[in-house]
Design a binder for this molecule. Structure first.
Ligand code: ADP
Length: 255
């Protein structure tokens, strides 16, 4: 049995009086591909943002490779994690957002190179080679010197993926990465994710409404509903064979 790369232990999250997550327990193994589905407002993005350390849980623990995100041991005592501890953990996690979040004033190639070179202080030539490889992999090898404004939404999202891959994360997070795209551009982005899922051994967590896609690539599907994981199992168990009525009602909207 491989040790989990990610663990949520009784994680609760409230915003003011609103209890968004009410006790999430979750293990993700290295290399596992996990799809998170559920109605709008059920807390899917909050789970992803907490993994990216953009939100802190109200209670409970989140561990990445056994390291507690928000607590660290100091002289045998558990204390609140500092920025350096968080930065180290973040280095293993890549994220692709719904709205691309590319730097508009940088070329596509520079978008990919900036974090490894300027934050991780890696060798510039090596990073350039790796960035070109990744941009070729997502089908944009002929756009290296273009700027984001010159690309379609699907192309921008493929740059965002190449940029995340250049960091060689152990975990990739995808938050509804196709939902801001025109329908005709969704396929090309899903194709890139499919390629990553089938060929790379990093763990992946995908919030998605693309059920056929989840069926194709996910090892595990979680149905989040009213702040809890209401159903989890293989993609086929959850999407095709669950008898959970709320899940069935939810799925009817997407299939
Ligand atoms: P989902 O991704 O499933 O649509 P979210 O995780 O985005 O759900 O949001 C879950 C709930 O938490 C929603 O009711 C949303 O309004 C609320 N929420 C999320 N982020 C914040 C925030 N920063 N401040 C206040 N409420 C928030």
């Amino acid at each position: 049995m491989k040790e989990p790369i990610v663990q949520f232990i009784d994680v609760h999250k409230s915003f003011g009086d609103v209890k968004v997550l009410k006790g999430i327990d979750l293990d993700i193994k290295p290399g596992e591909k996990v799809a998170v589905i559920g109605p709008s407002g059920s807390g899917k993005t909050t789970i992803i943002r907490m993994l990216m350390t953009l939100e802190e849980p109200t209670s409970g623990d989140i561990l990445v490779e056994g390291n507690n995100l928000w607590k660290m041991s100091k002289k045998g005592k558990q204390v609140r994690a500092n920025e350096k501890h968080l930065r180290n953990i973040r280095g293993d996690i890549g994220m692709v957002f719904q709205h691309f979040n590319l730097f508009p004033h940088m070329s596509i190639l520079d978008n990919c190179m900036t974090a490894p070179v300027n934050v991780k202080k890696e060798d510039k030539n090596e990073v350039r080679e790796r960035s070109i490889q990744m941009l070729e992999r997502v089908g944009l090898g002929d756009k290296l010197n273009n700027y984001p404004s010159q690309l379609s939404g699907g192309q921008k999202q493929r740059v965002a993926m190449a940029r995340a891959l250049v960091m060689r994360p152990k975990i990739m997070l995808f938050d509804e990465v196709t939902s801001a795209l025109d329908p005709e551009l969704v396929g090309e982005v899903l194709e890139v994710i499919r390629d990553i899922a089938k060929n790379d051994d990093m763990a992946m967590v995908l919030v998605t409404h693309e059920m056929d896609f989840a069926l194709d690539i996910a090892d595990k599907v979680l149905f989040l509903d009213e702040g809890v994981i209401a159903e989890q199992g293989t993609a086929s168990d959850v999407i095709e064979h669950s008898e959970n009525e709320r899940l069935q009602t939810f799925l009817r909207r997407f299939r």
